[in-house]
Design a protein around this ligand. Structure first.
Ligand code: KIV
Length: 254
């Protein structure tokens, strides 16, 4: 059971297929993504920033993730649904297992967690929980790091990241998200792994890309990460429709 995603993703990678992943936090956007043919929907803890108006992802709770995961699950019949384990819900193997089980019960096909934590990951995969790793810039550590900094610039950091990726694969991960990793290192890691790497702000040398859907659609014009080229500007028709409604309502005769 645990290897369903892993086996299929390894053979898709081997045949040269790339994957496109996006985030969702609610029923309608999950359903639209699923109907559009997306390869995977992630209920990301970016929830904190793009839905809850928080400054980073650090304060998102397991309860909030479960609430949004359930809404997403109802909208999806085709794509796998993955969910982030939020900060400090996987500090020990036992805590990680308890948290991940709650997410699987709420409808997750896989969980994602941040960092070089092969022991935690092996605990979950041994219990048939499918795990996606996340290396490079780790948003749950943004406060200690003092910002969103690119990773893998020095040789030492690059070899640590490559080793971490190999360890995560050995621990049973079915894919690894690489965030803000130097493009050449992304390519090296991708070439060394059998499982797919999914990049965000890490160049084009990975086996797929993931973005926060609101960034892709231009729904939050007040914040755009430098590596995102939005494919739409949905904030503008949104506001135009609202303004038309207001005008029509105020101008309507009684
Ligand atoms: O929380 C999130 O949305 C993520 C991404 C990789 C986009 O972890």
């Amino acid at each position: 059971m645990v290897n369903i995603l892993k086996d299929s993703w390894i053979s898709r990678k081997a045949s040269g297929e790339r994957q496109g992943w996006l985030t969702a936090y609610d029923y309608p956007s999950a359903r639209l993504l699923d109907e559009s043919g997306i390869d995977l929907i992630l209920v990301g803890d970016s929830l904190g920033m793009v839905v809850l108006g928080q400054k980073d992802t650090v304060d998102v709770t397991l309860g909030e993730m479960i609430h949004h995961l359930k809404a997403v699950r109802r909208g999806v019949s085709r794509a796998p649904v993955a969910v982030d384990l939020p900060s400090h819900t996987y500090d020990t193997p036992a805590q990680a297992l308890a948290s991940a089980r709650l997410l699987v019960e709420a409808g997750a096909d896989a969980v994602k967690l941040e960092g070089p934590l092969p022991e935690i990951i092996a605990t979950l995969t041994k219990e048939s929980i499918q795990v996606i790793g996340h290396l490079g810039m780790l948003p749950q550590h943004v406060r200690e790091e003092g910002g969103y900094h690119r990773k893998g610039k020095s040789e030492e950091e690059a070899s640590r990241l490559l080793q971490a990726a190999l360890d995560l694969q050995a621990a049973g991960c079915c894919a690894i998200v690489l965030e803000l990793v130097e493009a050449t290192l992304t390519e090296t890691i991708s070439n060394k792994l059998a499982i797919p790497t999914i990049g965000i702000g890490s160049g084009t040398g990975c086996d797929g890309q993931i973005l926060v859907t609101t960034d892709l659609l231009g729904l939050q014009p007040w914040f755009r990460p430098s590596f995102v080229t939005p494919k739409a500007d949905l904030a503008t028709p949104f506001k135009t429709a609202v303004k038309e409604f207001i005008q029509e309502t105020k101008g309507a005769e009684k």
